[in-house]
Design a protein around this ligand. Structure first.
Ligand SMILES: Cc1cc2nc3c(=O)[nH]c(=O)nc-3n(C[C@H](O)[C@H](O)[C@H](O)COP(=O)(O)OP(=O)(O)OC[C@H]3O[C@@H](n4cnc5c(N)ncnc54)[C@H](O)[C@@H]3O)c2cc1C
Length: 593
């Protein structure tokens, strides 16, 4: 597979060729096969069981997890020596993308695969991997991840759960963990507690250990078919051999696992959005009002066009990131090792992109599901149609795996940390750019008739705006920048819109160069997305500049911003109509199989 080999975040500074970017159109036969397996499993076995799962039939949930194991869907990230199928990260993304149509089961699946299997694979000893991974990958054991507590969610390191080392090397754990997915029926928990009340540490805790029990099921807004309970540790006895990673290094386990979890949550959200577009398109074609299908109304076409454009952009950035992670793993000296070190390094490298995937994916999904209800009218508000269930199920995506506020803060925060460490030449690039734009007319060039030529230049300008605002923020606030959350959030919005826009444009250009049938529609979609992103980026950049500068400096920087973002609006009405009509004609999201 051809794809970019880069450092995380370097796309912000570098130019990328369309042919270098991994896209859904470049999936191999192996990827397509696992996608089909996941799809058939969800259609034939999970969706028909959803109502029963919502009655909290956890025996059924166990059977479905086991079935997913038998199909190889749980062991995608696990090497064969530990009972998995050892596929690349793109396969892992593909499975999440396709399993998402059943959100409750998606949560069960995500906790098993991302939050229980992955920490043991990445941080476990050889004995721990031998003992737990084959049974977790087959679904014989159910896994869960217990980080949050009632008083420490976002502030995970503020956990109160304690572990006390005994004279014989074992640990005694006390505390209560909250909102644990799979909590009601999991056999194995990855638990975080502070050794001697101080050293934040991860443990593998079995339900069968003395002193381990679950609290009552939470009454949730959605995801009724997924178990969420407290985990109670009352003098729980944990063998020395079940320490996961090093004492005092629990944060490494917690945060690295979340990196990958976020990326895959982005994939699940995109899969959910594509499924909802199918429902909306089908309904809009069938539902008649004023003597015609509602799909013929411009207001409905706007919605369908926009749902597709936003979903396409997130899908593009996800597959691009999967390609980046895979090429990083393949290029690593440890690529052939089964110890997980190459994967760990790659996931750390692309942590910024993982946060972008999580935030953009969850917000796009909520937008799509909201419009799906609107397209369904009254039928969207009642339980006879699945639209209302999707809407309730999806809301938590903006809350767990790091709230979207926390992830937004992480995006510029991690980029700045990498720049300061010398891993990313961000500071030099920002300085050079400031000299360039503040000193002279660095206007966006116009003209050129090649497809997406204008959009390619615009996305380059988006990246310049991101660098300009980031550079100004670093200069203005120095080490106090972390206190300026509103500015950091605006910067995150610019960076996210920039990555999504560039990924959409590069994907469409690559499809065009390869003369793929869908390329013309991809071009239309990319044009709509970039046009809209220009407006959003301009607002975010103006807000940030006005917060940071004043007087002549504000006037100068705003003038530079105007020159950079001088984008002529295009007729998105026509383009959205084309996209909507194609979507309605196909009765589904118009890209991919
Ligand atoms: C259905 C469900 C399943 C879950 N599954 C699991 C699981 O399997 N394992 C697990 O460990 N946890 C799980 N969680 C917990 C989840 O990860 C936390 O709810 C989440 O991390 C947010 O923590 P909190 O609820 O304490 O919110 P808080 O941290 O109290 O946040 C409240 C608000 O304040 C904002 N905020 C907090 N700190 C900051 C800050 N520094 N700057 C700016 N804004 C801030 C947040 O963004 C949010 O908007 C689950 C939760 C739910 C609802």
């Amino acid at each position: 597979m051809t794809t970019e080999t880069r450092r995380g975040g370097s796309w912000l500074i570098d130019t990328t060729e369309p042919s270098d970017v991994f896209t859904p159109e470049k999936l191999t036969d192996e990827h397509r096969l696992i996608a089909q397996t996941a799809d058939e499993f969800v259609t034939n076995e999970v969706l028909p069981s959803l109502d029963q799962l919502e009655q909290k039939d956890w025996e059924l949930a166990r059977r479905l997890v086991r079935r997913a194991g038998a199909l190889g869907l749980l062991g995608v990230d696990v090497p064969e020596v530990y009972g998995g199928v050892g596929l690349d990260k793109t396969s892992s993304l593909v499975v999440s993308d396709h399993i998402a149509r059943a959100a409750s089961f998606g949560a069960t699946y995500g906790a098993q695969v991302n939050l229980a299997i992955l920490p043991i694979y990445l941080f476990g000893t050889a004995d721990q991997k031998q003992k737990y991974l084959p049974k977790l990958a087959s679904g014989e054991l159910i896994g869960a991840y217990a980080l949050s507590e009632s008083g420490s969610g976002s502030d995970a390191l503020g956990a109160k759960a304690r572990a006390v080392r005994q004279a014989d090397g074992t640990f005694v754990l006390n505390g209560e963990k909250m909102w644990i997915t799979n909590g009601g029926f999991a056999d194995v928990f990855i638990v975080f507690a502070k050794v001697d009340g101080e050293h934040f540490t991860a443990f593998i805790v079995e339900r069968a250990f003395p002193g381990v029990s679950s609290g009552k099921e939470e009454h949730k807004m959605g995801l009724h078919g997924s178990s969420t309970t407290p985990l109670i540790l009352q003098d729980a006895k944990v063998p020395a051999a079940n320490l996961l990673g090093e004492t005092g290094k629990g944060h490494k386990v917690a945060f690295n696992v979340l990196n990958f979890g976020r990326f895959k949550l982005g994939a699940m959200c995109t899969g959910g959005a594509k499924a909802a577009i199918k429902e909306a398109a089908t309904y809009a074609a069938e539902r008649r009002q004023f003597g015609q299908p509602i799909a013929s109304f411009g207001a409905i076409k706007y919605k369908l066009g926009e749902m597709v454009a936003r979903t396409f952009a997130v899908e593009s950035l996800l597959y691009r990131t999967a390609g980046l992670i895979d090429s990083r793993v393949e290029g690593s000296p440890a690529a052939q090792s089964t110890d997980g070190s190459a994967v760990l390094a790659a996931l750390e490298e692309f942590a910024v992109e993982a946060s972008i995937a999580k935030v953009s994916g969850s917000e796009t999904l909520d937008y799509v599901l909201d419009e799906n209800i609107q397209i369904h009218g009254g039928n969207g508000f009642v339980r006879d149609y699945p639209a209302e269930r999707h809407y309730r199920d999806s809301r938590v995506n903006r809350i767990f795996e790091g709230t979207n506020e926390i992830n937004r803060l992480l995006i510029p925060g991690m980029l700045i940390r990498r720049a300061v460490k010398g891993e990313l030449p961000l500071i030099a690039a920002a300085r050079q750019l400031q000299d360039e734009i503040l000193g002279g007319p660095a206007a966006l060039e116009t003209g050129g008739d090649a497809p997406l030529e204008q959009e390619l230049r615009t996305t380059a300008a988006f990246k310049k705006v991101a660098l300009m605002i980031l550079g100004t923020a670093m200069q203005t606030y120095g080490e106090h920048l972390t206190d300026e959350q509103e500015v950091l959030t605006s910067i995150a919005d610019i960076i996210m819109a920039g990555y999504a826009s560039e990924s959409a444009v590069l994907r469409a250009l690559d499809a065009n160069a390869r003369k793929l049938a869908a390329s013309s529609l991809q071009i239309d979609v990319a044009r709509v997305f970039v046009n809209d992103a220009a407006g959003q980026i301009e607002i975010a950049a103006r807000d940030a500049l006005a917060a940071m500068t004043e007087g002549d400096m504000l006037r100068t920087t705003l003038a530079a911003l105007r020159r950079l973002l001088k984008v002529t609006p295009i007729n998105t009405v026509v383009l959205r109509r084309i996209i909507a009509e194609e979507t309605t004609a196909k009765g589904r999201y118009p890209f991919g199989a």
